[in-house]
Design a binder for this molecule. Sequence first.
Ligand code: AMP
Ligand code: MG
Length: 418
Amino acid sequence: MAQLTDDCFAHGGRLMRTDEALALLQEKIDCVTATETLTTADALGRILREDIVAPGNIPPHDNSAVDGYAVYFDDLNAEGPTRLRVSGRQAAGQRRIEAPARGEALRIFTGAVMPDGPDTVMMQEDCTLEDGHVLIPAGIKRGANRRDAGEDVTAGSKVLFNGQRLRAQDLGQAAAVGRAELQVSRPLRVALFSTGDELREPGEGLVAGSIHDSNRYTLMGLLKSLGCAVSDLGILRDNADNIVSALDQARRDHDLVITSGGVSVGEEDHVKHAVETLGTMHAWRLAIKPGRPIALGQIGGVPFVGLPGNPVAVVVTYLVFVRPMLLRLMGGTSMPPQSFPVRADFAHRKKKDRREWVRVNLQRNGDGSWNAEKFPRDGAGILSSLVESQGLIELPEDLTQVEPGMLVDYLPFSEVIG
Ligand code: AMP
Ligand code: MG
């Protein structure tokens, strides 16, 4: 792809709305991953990089939907039962045999090709068999229990699309149209760092003033669940030279560099200087809560994303901005996660012109609808609030007050976090 230019993420320092930020990312970010051929069985979770067209009809031939007897509907009595001689037998996987003569029935099984002539299948459970004849009760509809050629997929139609992320049923569909191999994106190579003198690895003891690094573990999970090949590059100390050499190394063999922490404007926030030494960086002041600053830039043409340090801000900014960015880098078409309306079971004030995400749990009402309860501890540093809640309510910029009973937009974590 074309390398990113110095000013590609420039944005004049104004407070930026979510839609504006997403539009800018959409415009500046392109697919960078090469394609590879995988067997269909191995392609789960990958981005498909070709359209898949069905070469033939599915099913390829009219066939029976049940075990029973294929008959000519016009041979059946409208009132009362019909007695037909059974001639012939057609099982699944056999070539089509001669059609029975008019006035006769054919023994047939689920998935077996319909012979040329009979148009209707009687379920065996509804029939009685007596000395080579079948007794068929009245009341069946013409064409019942028969599946038409092409009723699932018509020959020549597109069944899977370039840019879609392959789910289990998509692999089944690829196999159904006969594809043993698929062209997919190679995994996006992501370099991941944490920054901060206070951070220690889990397993290491804590000394005064230190905490365990959690963001890297959250981010590794998020990135891997989207199919990225993550290089865990550890913790960077708050030391400019150290950060410069680590980032310079990382950009050489990765498609994207992600850090968390160190991108506010404090004296100890060295990431900005380091990235600017190697390339360019623009701090985006986003009109969001939680989150606020994220940094976007490039190091030698490789995109760089600096996420905030606070653990909840990391997840929210990842879900809203980084996830769509990753999908785009991998050649995916836009796949907005599906949120749905639920009733707020809480009151909440918010600032106008800012988009906010509130952590909630759902409760089922007597009428089957859902109520969202706000998680009580809502600081941007409260990681346990993400563990103990089920999803996020997204509150739009214009809104200033949530009242109990109001319809609000709910995004389950299960939609976006693997
Ligand atoms: P910073 O943006 O570096 O000032 O960090 C903001 C807050 O997030 C501070 O309280 C940090 O200690 C915390 N923080 C930064 N990085 C991590 C991390 N990797 N894991 C857990 N907390 C972090
Ligand atoms: Mg820090």
